[in-house]
Design a binder for this molecule. Structure first.
Ligand code: BES
Ligand code: ZN
Ligand code: ZN
Length: 504
């Protein structure tokens, strides 16, 4: 989708469709809405009076050939209650407008921002929403349909004096949304088309193109570094594991400055191993690499947006298979950090590979850590497919991430973690075991296991098992991998750089 900023008068805006939005119970008479109403011969006020145009969130009203406009259609999207409206709602309604118009063979769209929304943040949200719903792939279809994507979009509402604000938001929104789509493409790939080696190749190609440094550790190097927890998961598979490290270094970096580490779980397929999963829904376990994909996607945007702090992504990747050499329940493994782990359930493999990912990120000098992982079914029970589960060892750092999630419009919710849960991962034979001995709290127990490897380093864990994949089409999004985390992590990295430290 090509984007421009169009500062011409309303009547001159050329596009297949002009899009704007209306609040609940708002009579369409003020500002640009008044102008559009006049241009459409009072159609909007008539529809409002008839009760058809209500402004309810994501309601869509489409008018054809409004007389006074050059645009062929006018789409008015409901914006919901004015006092609840923010960039998250704007992003969703911009997205919903693209979904509505895509199916109508519309190729060009001009999105008209309302008077209060002519800021860089609003432009960013609009662009993000539009790019995210325009995402579509028929890569594996032989009968390719002619694309029904929007090819060109313009931002309107800004004038020459505020054009720079629109340009700034547009540039940011574009790279962030394209990077999120990059993560979604990876998440949608079947596991035979995205083995750990292929994921490493794609991450490396992206990094080289973006000017980031990249280091891929193969199975020999992983063994040399004694990453026993990662190797224990990989040993059941014919496909070798990889550890993917992508580094962004700012042009000037003070010695002793904080370094942000992004550790992402990338199980390219999770059968459960010997503790095998039921067949039903198992095909979805190709998305068990979405934590890793989010980190790789975030790095793609970070390369362009250039925060002032160093950021290192560490992505351990393997399949979890029940091959002849697979680890078995009861096996004891020695992690890179030296801690011994009794593997009670081979399906709790994400925490194993993260243990070594975190140990390695610390060795590389990360002073603050965020991990993202499709880690537990339990987080889906707790938060459904709506919120990411957030666990943190440092309140200020966690608050900063939650603030970024609000800005980014990615719903995240804090869950508790404290030492009482540690009791549940005590092992009779090793230092810790990989599942809890008590009842319930599965997402917390998993977080507690990871925390064991973080030491004193401020750390946040994002359990994205419920939010990384969407089963149904939403007005603002396609089904499949969501790329959740990318927007929040990019915002966090940008602010982390500004402050010198997120936990100040
Ligand atoms: N990859 C799964 C978690 C998952 C579940 C992701 C549903 C997406 C949707 C993870 O490796 C797993 O299997 N976790 C187990 C842990 C249990 C054995 C302690 C789970 O949640 O059932
Ligand atoms: Zn598993
Ligand atoms: Zn898994």
């Amino acid at each position: 989708m090509e984007f421009t900023v169009d500062t011409r008068a309303l009547a001159k805006l050329e596009a297949d469709s002009l899009v704007t939005y209306l609040f609940e119970q708002e009579k369409p008479v003020e500002g640009v809405l008044g102008q559009l109403d006049a241009a459409s011969g009072g159609a909007l006020t008539k529809l409002f009076a008839s009760g058809e145009l209500t402004g309810k969130m994501l309601e869509t009203t489409l008018l054809y050939y409004p007389q006074g406009l050059t645009a062929q259609r006018l789409l008015v999207v409901g914006a919901g209650k004015r006092d609840k409206f923010g960039t998250a709602e704007l992003r969703r309604l911009a997205a919903a407008s693209v979904r509505t118009l895509k199916s109508r063979q519309v190729k060009t769209v001009t999105f008209l921002a309302r008077e209060n929304d002519r800021t860089p943040a609003a432009a960013q949200a609009i662009v993000e929403g539009m790019i995210l719903t325009n995402f579509y792939s028929d890569k594996y279809k032989t009968d390719k349909k002619p694309g029904n994507e929007i090819t060109a979009a313009a931002l309107a509402g800004w004038d020459e004096s505020s054009r720079a604000d629109a340009d700034l938001g547009l540039a940011r929104g574009r790279v962030i949304a394209e990077s999120q789509n990059f993560a979604r493409e990876l998440g949608n790939e079947p596991s035979n088309r995205l083995t750990p080696r292929m994921l490493a190749d794609r991450a490396a190609a992206m990094a080289r193109e973006a000017g980031l440094s990249v280091d891929i550790l193969d199975e020999n190097k992983i063994a040399e570094l004694k990453m026993g927890a990662l190797l224990s998961v990989a040993q059941g598979s014919a496909e070798p594991p990889r550890m993917i490290i992508i580094t962004y270094t700012p042009s000037t970096v003070k010695s002793g400055a904080p370094v942000l580490g992004l550790v992402g779980k990338a199980i390219t397929f999770d059968t459960g191993g010997i503790s095998i999963k039921p067949a039903n829904d198992m095909e979805k376990m190709k998305y068990d690499m979405c934590g890793g994909a989010a980190m790789i996607g975030a790095m793609r945007a970070i390369a362009v947006l250039k925060p002032s702090c160093k950021v290192i992504a560490v992505v351990p990747s393997t399949e979890n298979m029940p091959g002849g050499r697979a680890q078995k329940p009861g096996d004891v493994q020695i992690s890179m950090a030296g801690k011994t782990i009794e593997v009670i359930n081979t399906d709790a493999e994400g925490r194993l590979i993260l243990a070594d990912g975190i140990a390695y990120a610390k060795q590389l000098g990360c002073t603050h850590l965020v991990d993202a992982a499709t880690l537990t079914g339990a987080v889906v029970v707790a938060l459904s497919n709506v919120n990411v589960g957030v666990f943190g060892s440092d309140q200020a750092f966690t608050d900063q991430l939650l603030a970024s999630s609000k800005v980014a419009g990615e719903k995240m919710w804090p869950l508790p973690i404290d030492d009482d849960y540690r009791e549940m991962i005590k092992s009779g034979i090793a230092d810790i075991q990989n599942v809890g001995s008590g009842k319930g709290g599965g997402a917390i127990v998993a977080a507690m296991f990871i925390k064991e490897f973080t030491g004193d380093t401020p750390w946040i864990h994002l359990d994205i098992a419920g939010t990384a994949w969407q089963d149904d089409v939403k007005p603002w999004n396609a089904k499949g991998a969501t790329g959740v985390g990318v927007r929040t992590l990019v915002d966090l990295a940008m602010k982390f750089g500004e402050d010198g430290s997120a936990s100040k």
